[in-house]
Design a protein around this ligand. Structure first.
Ligand SMILES: [Fe+2]
Length: 214
C-alpha cells in the first residue's frame, strides 16, 4: 500500500464506520491526498444511460431509503487536470446507480419533479469542498444484464467542460462482459477495499478541462 493511500485509509478508519456512514461534507479529512494510481489527463466520458434523473438532492448518504446491500464509501477530488492537479471548489457531482439487485429507483429518466420523493433512491448530488474533495455513502450497486458493475457520474463546474461518465470496480467478475480491464481507462476503475466493519471504501478523482480547452 502506498504511503498516501495509507494516510487516507488510516484517517478513515480512525473516524469509525458509524461516523463514516453519517459522513457530512465537513467531515471530509482535509489532509486526504490522492495518489496518481488512477489519474488521467482528463476524465473520459461514458454513456449517460437510460436512467438519469436531473436535479437530485444534495446529500452525502444517497441510500435515503436505507436499502440493504454492502455499505460503500466513495471519496475523491475534482481537479483541473492530472498534471497541474489544481483543486476545483464547488464542483457538482451527480451520482446514480442500481440497487443490490440491479434496479434503478426509479427505473426511468427525467427530473426529480416528475416523481414522488419516495420513488427516488441511490441518487444524489455532492459538492466539492474548499480543497476540491468530496465523499458520499451508498451501497454497492448490483448487476443488470449485460453491464458490469458500475456507478454513473456527471461532474460539472462553472468554467469547465461537463463530464458524463461511469466508474467500474477493479477485479470485479462482471468486468468480463465489457472487457473493462482492457477497454476502460484506469482512471475510471475504482480499487475498493473492505475494512473490518465490512465497509467498502474506494477513491476516484475526476479531472475537468477548462471550457475553452481544445
Ligand atoms: Fe447503469
Amino acid at each position: 500500500m502506498q504511503r498516501l493511500q495509507f494516510i487516507k485509509h488510516s484517517s478513515l478508519l480512525l473516524m469509525g464506520a458509524s461516523t463514516l456512514f453519517s459522513c457530512k461534507q465537513s467531515d471530509i479529512n482535509e489532509t486526504i491526498i490522492t495518489t496518481e494510481d488512477n489519474s488521467c489527463d482528463s476524465t473520459p466520458s461514458d454513456a449517460l444511460g437510460p436512467y438519469y434523473i436531473g436535479d437530485t438532492d444534495q446529500i452525502n448518504d444517497i441510500n435515503t431509503a436505507q436499502m440493504s446491500g454492502i455499505k460503500m464509501l466513495v471519496t475523491g477530488g475534482v481537479y483541473v487536470d492530472s498534471t497541474i492537479k489544481q483543486k476545483i471548489e464547488n464542483a457538482k457531482i451527480e451520482i446514480w446507480h442500481a440497487d443490490h439487485q440491479g434496479t434503478y429507483h426509479p427505473q426511468a429518466r427525467g427530473d426529480t419533479s416528475d416523481f414522488e420523493p419516495e420513488q427516488i433512491n441511490l441518487r444524489g448530488t455532492v459538492v466539492t469542498n474548499k480543497n476540491g474533495l468530496y465523499a458520499f455513502n451508498s451501497i454497492r450497486p448490483g448487476l443488470y444484464n449485460p453491464r458490469p458493475r458500475h456507478i454513473h457520474f456527471i461532474i460539472s463546474a462553472p468554467g469547465y467542460k461537463r463530464v458524463v461518465t461511469q466508474t467500474y470496480f477493479k477485479n470485479d467478475d462482471s468486468n468480463s462482459s465489457e472487457r473493462i480491464e482492457d477497454n476502460i481507462d484506469n482512471c475510471l476503475i475504482i480499487d475498493f477495499s473492505i475494512d473490518s466493519d465490512d465497509l467498502l471504501t474506494g477513491n476516484i478523482d475526476f479531472f475537468l478541462q477548462p471550457e475553452d480547452a481544445n
